[in-house]
Each structure stands twice: as C-alpha cells, then as structure tokens.
Design a protein around this ligand. Structure first.
Ligand SMILES: *[C@@H]1O[C@H](CO)[C@@H](O)[C@H](O)[C@H]1NC(C)=O
Ligand SMILES: *[C@@H]1O[C@H](CO)[C@@H](O)[C@H](O)[C@H]1NC(C)=O
Ligand SMILES: *[C@@H]1O[C@H](CO)[C@@H](O)[C@H](O)[C@H]1NC(C)=O
Ligand SMILES: *[C@@H]1O[C@H](CO)[C@@H](O)[C@H](O)[C@H]1NC(C)=O
Length: 294
C-alpha cells in the first residue's frame, strides 16, 4: 500500500513538470486524500510497467479512460493539452516563437464511434519568448485502430499567431545562410542550465523540432518533455533553406526514461520547419548526461 501511495505521489508531482520527484515523508495520507481520483492513474502506471497481460490491460484501459468532464489538473486532461502545444509548435514555431502549455482550464472527453476519442479543452498557451499568453479552445482526437497514428488537433489561438518575429527570423536566416557549415554546438542547455546568447535561437529551433516527434508519438497515455539538444550541426543550405542535423533528448514522463532522437530538418522564414527524417536511437546507458559534468 505504501508503494501504491508513492506511485500516486510520483504521478501527481510529475504533472507539474518537475523531473526531480521528491517524496516528502509523512505527506502521503494528506496528498492522497485531497486527490481521490488519482487511483486510476495508479492502475495505469502499474500497467505501463508491464505487470499486466494484454487482455487484462485492455480491460483496465476501459476503466481508466475518463469520459465526460475531466479534472483539469489530472493526467488525462494534461496529456491531451500537451499535444496542442506540440501541434502549435509544428505549425507556427520558429527560432523566435515557441509555444508552451500554461494552464488547462477545463476539459471533456468522449468516445467517437469507430474513430477514437475526442478531447475538448480550454487552455492557456504561452509563447515562451515574448511571454504572451492566450486562452484557446482546442480539440484533440486520438485515433483508434491499427498502427500508430498521430493525434489530430484543431486549435484557435489567433492572438499568439499574430506575434511578429519576421525581422529577427530574416536576420538569423541571412547570417547563417552566408556562414553555412559553421554552426556546430553541443548541450543546449549545458548541465548548469546555461545557453550562450547566440545559441538561444537554436535551442528554440530544437524545441520546435522536438514537437514534431512528440506530436507523432503522443497517445492518450504518454507525456513527453523536451530535455536537451545534445548537439546540432548545420549542413549546407539547400534551396534557400537552412538545413540542420539535431540530436535531441526527450524526457518520457511515464517511464522516466531519457529517449534519443536524431532529426534532419530544414528551416526558412517563409516555410518554417520541415522535417526530412526522424529516427529514434537505441537507448544508450551512460550517454544521457554530458560527459563533462565533473
Ligand atoms: C491474462 O489475464 C486474464 C485475466 O486476468 C487471464 O484469464 C489470462 O489467463 C491471462 N493470460 C495470460 C496469457 O497470462
Ligand atoms: C510571464 O507572464 C506571466 C503571466 O502571464 C507572469 O506571471 C510572469 O511573471 C511573466 N514572466 C516574465 C519573465 O515576464
Ligand atoms: C559569418 O561570417 C561573417 C563574415 O565572414 C562574420 O563576420 C560572422 O561573424 C560570421 N557569423 C558566424 C555565426 O559565424
Ligand atoms: C551528438 O550527441 C550524441 C549523443 O550524445 C552522440 O552519440 C553523437 O555522436 C553526437 N554527434 C555529434 C556530431 O557530435
């Protein structure tokens, strides 16, 4: 039972986004009693550790998937809302425009016959560089069926899309278009959380590119965060588009693993980010952290 409580706490703490889960001794009963709906999360968590066989897993999922009005601070609403952040980044992100989920105000989930499950959400989205915030309505459909299909998103966040970063984007484009193959950087941010000022746009670009992976990989049961750009190399400019090879680290909040992805993509001010290739790299022990931490 104590173990169950710890899992519940870990799950609840995880929602706030802190990767360093600290369990306060003695807080179990208090926290667990204020979150009576957290029990299904425990079931789900257990299930994701592979302790259930397939048929009973399906049974559990039937109970776990909340339908109707959702608690905005619990995982089902938070996970679906996070998908909207990734969608906005893939559509509108740039080295000077990165979207983040700020708050989930309300959410609703329903089964859609044959096609999947639909979430309707009211959220606040923040543009992280200008710090502008806007309330948006959005719909996320997690398709049901064979194979892995990306969730489909519809969102209206008109105000945030009007933030004008054209001049900065054009300046960056011109600077790096002329100096191709010169950009090469590692560890954005470094192990102290620091990023050189000149490298900030490439950290933002890495976050936008990572959203392509996270949007593609997201399901009702997943939650990912961008952790770090392990390295970025600029390749020769092609057809008036800057081209990059990025190696990114994502934090899988469910398994608590760091996963590695390699991404090849282009960026230009008029077209934004276009992914040419993305590939998950095998898990490698000992290469999650920069080697120069001591
Ligand atoms: C899976 O779980 C069900 C229900 O708990 C059980 O009846 C079945 O035998 C299990 N199957 C396997 C392959 O373990
Ligand atoms: C960003 O905006 C939020 C409110 O929307 C505010 O609380 C916060 O202090 C702002 N941060 C910065 C760095 O301006
Ligand atoms: C690009 O080249 C110009 C001129 O050769 C130089 O002044 C500038 O510092 C270079 N920029 C970068 C990012 O290397
Ligand atoms: C980028 O980082 C990954 C993981 O640390 C490493 O395997 C790869 O060799 C690096 N690539 C370059 C070009 O530094």
């Amino acid at each position: 039972m104590t173990l169950m409580m710890v899992v519940v706490l870990a799950v609840l703490t995880g929602v706030t986004g802190s990767p360093n889960v600290k369990i306060r001794p003695g807080a179990e009963s208090e926290d667990a009693s204020v979150h009576p709906n957290s029990v299904p999360e425990t079931v789900e968590q257990t299930e994701s550790f592979g302790q259930q066989n397939v048929s009973s897993q399906e049974e559990l999922e039937q109970h776990v998937m909340e339908t109707g009005e959702l608690n905005p601070s619990h995982y089902p609403a938070q996970r679906a809302a996070k998908v909207i952040q990734h969608y906005l980044n893939t559509r509108y992100g740039s080295p000077y425009k990165v979207f983040g989920l700020q708050t989930v105000h309300s959410g609703n989930a329903e089964d859609v016959a044959d096609s999947g499950r639909k979430y309707q959400l009211e959220i606040s989205v923040q543009e992280l560089i200008s710090n502008a915030t806007e309330k948006c309505s959005a719909e996320v459909l997690f398709p049901r069926g064979e194979g892995q299909h990306s969730p489909q998103v519809q969102a209206s966040c008109e105000g945030l899309l009007k933030i004008n970063t054209k001049a900065q984007e054009e300046a960056l484009f011109q600077k790096y278009k002329m100096n191709q193959s010169q950009l090469s950087a590692q560890y954005l941010p470094d192990s102290y959380g620091h990023i050189e000022h000149d490298m900030e746009p490439f950290w933002h670009l890495g976050q936008v590119a990572a959203s392509f992976v996270m949007l593609k990989e997201s399901t009702e049961n997943s939650l990912y965060n961008m952790a770090q750009v392990a390295n970025v190399t600029q390749l020769a400019t092609e057809n008036d588009r800057l081209k990059f090879d990025y190696h990114i680290l994502l934090h899988d909040m469910v398994s608590q693993e760091i996963i590695h992805w390699k991404l090849l993509f282009t960026w230009s001010p008029p077209e934004g980010v276009k992914v040419l290739h993305m590939e998950q790299l095998p898990h490698c022990h000992g290469c999650d952290k920069p080697p120069n931490t001591n």
